[in-house]
Design a protein around this ligand. Structure first.
Ligand code: NAP
Length: 356
């Protein structure tokens, strides 16, 4: 009989996982030891991260914590993790955890990140970094004051595709950038955390955030004007969003996102001479340059990857080993900028979370 992880997580082929368990581990960095990640929350994305860590030879997963000890133990056994905790606080107290990866619903990021930073634990926090800019400012301030590393796990900002796309833009091959468009939509309407205001639900914070990051990563100047609309779930959070930005240099950008359909998820950066076409803004694999009349000028593929999460994990490891409190790929200023943009969009739409 297939186990649950085998059915729901195609990357978690159990025979392959078992083969990986047998392999000798290599050691490097952080005083000659491999950096040990502690996972908080044994949900969907935690599985993907655990699987990624299992395949990495330069980082490892040292512990997992769940609200349920049985769930943590089952998760640990699936991914060869040496320690399982039935409380998040116990993992934060483990001196053998070097980096805490927080994989909880949005509204729970703030409390656990604050607790971790106050205990001196470096953190990688799933996107959106926090529920709103107020929470983000407070967390970034604690990180700065205490000198403890914290980063947002918006993994698209750490991928090799970022440098490929930026190099193409800088080369002048597409001319001057005039428009950017990014779509990201998934049918997620049965997920409690998407529907629930208490958990920080809605399309914007979950997937619209990737479109906004796409515009910020490749737009050449700050956003000066925004125009947007959304439709909402009966429970309150935004369901489908259309967001337009004007950038200072005259670029116009459009982000389309929905939690109730499967989108094409394509990104296009259009310049005066040609356009860059990105097959999937949520994990680019193919980047094409098209000239007038859709003439293909060039194309790039990205290096083969485990899941893509290995890049953000390594970025954290490297920044921590260099004594930094933020990764250069996604600096705190940019994380806060994204939170402020999303706050102002939600304000316009009348989408608020309990306590706001
Ligand atoms: N980077 C990406 O590509 C990506 C993709 C999907 C999601 N995410 C982000 O990852 C985070 C988690 O998303 P997910 O899809 O993994 O969610 P999920 O499958 O629902 O898992 C979240 C986990 O949080 C824990 N939890 C604690 N209190 C909870 C509560 N009141 N209700 C529900 N869960 C609670 C649960 O773990 P225990 O029961 O084990 O404690 C649960 O399994 C979100 O911030 C999301 O935006 C990122």
């Amino acid at each position: 009989m297939r186990e649950k992880s085998d059915t729901f997580f195609p990357w978690a082929n159990l025979r392959f996982v078992q083969a990986l368990r047998m392999r000798p581990q290599r050691f490097n960095i952080i005083s000659g030891k491999m950096m040990r990640v502690g996972i908080i929350g044994a949900g969907h994305i935690a599985e993907k991260t655990a699987f990624t860590l299992l395949r990495m030879s330069d980082m490892t997963c040292g512990a997992v914590a769940s609200r349920s000890l049985e769930k943590a133990q089952a998760f640990a056994s699936r991914y060869s993790i040496p320690k399982a905790y039935g409380s998040y606080g116990d993992l934060l107290d483990d001196p053998e955890v070097d980096l805490v990866y927080i994989a909880l619903p949005h509204s729970l990021h703030y409390g656990i990140t604050k607790e971790a930073l106050l205990k001196g634990k470096p953190c990688l926090v799933e996107k959106p970094f926090m529920l709103n800019a107020g929470e983000a400012k407070e967390i970034l301030e604690i990180s700065r004051e205490r000198g403890v590393f914290v980063a947002e796990a918006i993994y698209t900002r750490y991928l090799p595709a970022v440098d490929i796309i930026r190099r193409d833009i800088a080369s002048g091959v597409i001319g001057k950038v005039r428009t950017i468009s990014a779509t990201l939509s998934y049918e997620m309407s049965s997920k409690e955390r998407i529907l629930s205001p208490e958990l920080g639900g809605g399309a914007l914070l979950d997937i619209g955030i990737y479109g906004i990051n796409f515009v910020l990563a490749y737009g050449g100047s700050p956003i000066v004007r925004t125009s947007s609309l959304c439709t909402k779930f009966p429970t309150g959070p935004d369901m489908s969003d259309s967001i337009s930005f004007a950038l200072e240099d005259g670029t116009v950008a459009h982000v389309l996102t929905s939690a109730v359909c499967q989108g094409d998820n394509i990104g296009v950066i259009a310049g005066t001479k040609a356009n860059l076409w990105i097959d999937d803004i949520n994990n680019p694999k193919l980047i094409r340059i098209y000239a007038k009349h859709h003439e293909l000028l060039d194309e790039h593929t990205v290096p083969s990857q485990i899941s893509g999460f290995e890049y953000e994990l390594r970025a954290c490891r490297d920044a921590i080993s260099e004594g930094k409190t933020e990764p250069s790929q996604m600096p705190h200023k940019e994380t806060l900028n994204v939170m402020e943009i999303m706050d102002s969009l939600r304000k316009e739409w009348g989408v608020a979370f309990p306590g706001e």
